[in-house]
Design a protein around this ligand. Structure first.
Ligand SMILES: Nc1ncnc2c1ncn2[C@@H]1O[C@H](COP(=O)(O)OP(=O)(O)OP(=O)(O)O)[C@@H](O)[C@H]1O
Ligand SMILES: [Mg+2]
Length: 228
């Protein structure tokens, strides 16, 4: 079975008119199953850029990206949703919840996009929303809950689908210490017990002990790596 993620010389250059910003410089990376990877580094170092390319929501400028044996860079735009649907769940830095849908409906819609519907979807949505502590808030709209609770809806939506790769951009950014740890413990448990590949971009040093492999980014490159 191929590794969840293999990148070779993966590079992203953003072009704004005549100005070019190299947000990720030629990066080689192998990500395994069952491991929680933490992407650390200052603002602007390239964490979201790397995560977005791994999630197939941002196209690399050059290099290769392989997801469970599928070479992604050569694929046409219309083939990318299949890769995302089959392998990837993403927790966005800005949550990306649908404002007119309740917490429960947001999770159900996320599942529907993965082809999971009916009783199975209902069970998964209720279970995951309870796991993140939102059982009582399940039928509230995003605007009627706190920022941290919104973040936990986004976490529940991503985790309910059982994707083998979970990518999370600052998943504890809006959470207090206790809720932040709960979310990370849930992610760690999923990595260990279900052999998921989990990548978390974060500034949050309080969750360092729950991360198996730390990649420290600076100026578009991975500068340091530590395994616990
Ligand atoms: N759409 C874009 N167009 C042009 N430049 C961009 C774009 N998105 C990001 N950048 C630039 O790429 C670099 C990396 O940005 P990125 O968002 O990946 O950083 P980050 O490590 O996630 O930062 P933060 O911790 O603030 O979220 C920055 O210099 C940023 O200004
Ligand atoms: Mg970011």
């Amino acid at each position: 079975m191929p590794d969840p993620v293999v990148t070779k010389e993966l590079t992203k250059v953003y072009k704004e008119g005549k100005i070019e910003v190299t947000a990720l410089k030629s990066t080689n990376l192998i990500l395994e199953k069952g491991v929680v990877v933490g992407l650390f580094g200052p603002s602007g170092s390239g964490k979201t850029t790397l995560l977005s390319m791994l999630g197939c929501i941002l196209r690399p400028t050059s290099g290769s990206l392989n997801i469970f044996g599928n070479e992604v860079c050569g694929l046409a735009e219309e083939d990318l949703p299949r890769i995302r649907r089959e392998f990837i769940s993403f927790i966005f830095q800005g949550f990306n919840l649908f404002p007119a849908l309740t917490a429960y409906e947001n999770v159900i819609l996320g599942l529907k996009m993965k082809g999971i519907v009916g009783e199975d979807a209902d069970k998964r949505a209720c279970y995951m929303l309870s796991e993140v502590g939102l059982k009582e808030r399940m039928h509230f709209l995003p605007r009627d809950v706190s920022g941290g609770q919104r973040q936990r809806i986004a976490v529940a939506r991503a985790l309910a689908a059982d994707s083998p790769i979970i990518l999370a951009d600052e998943p504890t950014g809006n959470l207090d210490q206790s809720n932040g740890r709960k979310v990370m413990e849930l992610l760690k448990h999923m990595a260990a017990s279900q052999r998921r590949c989990i990548v978390v971009a974060t500034h949050d040093n309080r969750i360092m002990d729950l991360i198996d492999r730390v990649l420290y980014m600076e100026d578009g490159s991975i500068r340091q790596e530590k395994r616990s």
